[in-house]
Every structure is written in structure tokens, then in C-alpha cells.
Design a protein around this ligand. Sequence first.
Ligand code: FES
Length: 78
Amino acid sequence: MFYSGLIKVYCRDITINRFKMDDIEICHCNEVMKNEIVKAIREKHLKTVEEVQEATQAGTVCGGCIPDIEEILSEINK
Ligand code: FES
């Protein structure tokens, strides 16, 4: 009984964490979340990093998140 409760809690946490993975902060400089970038790409049919930068401000300061933005772009536009 105790263990099955623990397993349920463990599995629920894994499920919650999987959902949260889509809502991670991609651009730390401008605090832009992945969901915001994905939404902008889908709704505005963005194809380039520059378009994502203009739409979300992600990648416009240090540029450290640009590889992540490129990965998200290629994931959605494949
Ligand atoms: S982390 Fe995105 S511009 Fe610096």
C-alpha cells in the first residue's frame, strides 16, 4: 500500500516534469520561454532566427540562446 502510493507520486512527478520541459526558459537575457517561441513560429510562420528575434526578443542580447532557437525552428519547420 505504502509503496504503490509512492510509485503513483513518482509517476505523477515524472509526468508533470515532462510537461514542464516544453515550458523552459530559452533566452535567459530576455526571459523568453520555449512556449512563447514555439507559438510565435507557428502563428507567424517564422522561418529565420532574425524573425524569431523580432517577434519575441529572444536572442537579441548575448546571442547564447541562438543555437536553441535554431533547433526549435528546425524542429517545427521540418
Ligand atoms: S540568452 Fe538569449 S540573448 Fe542572451
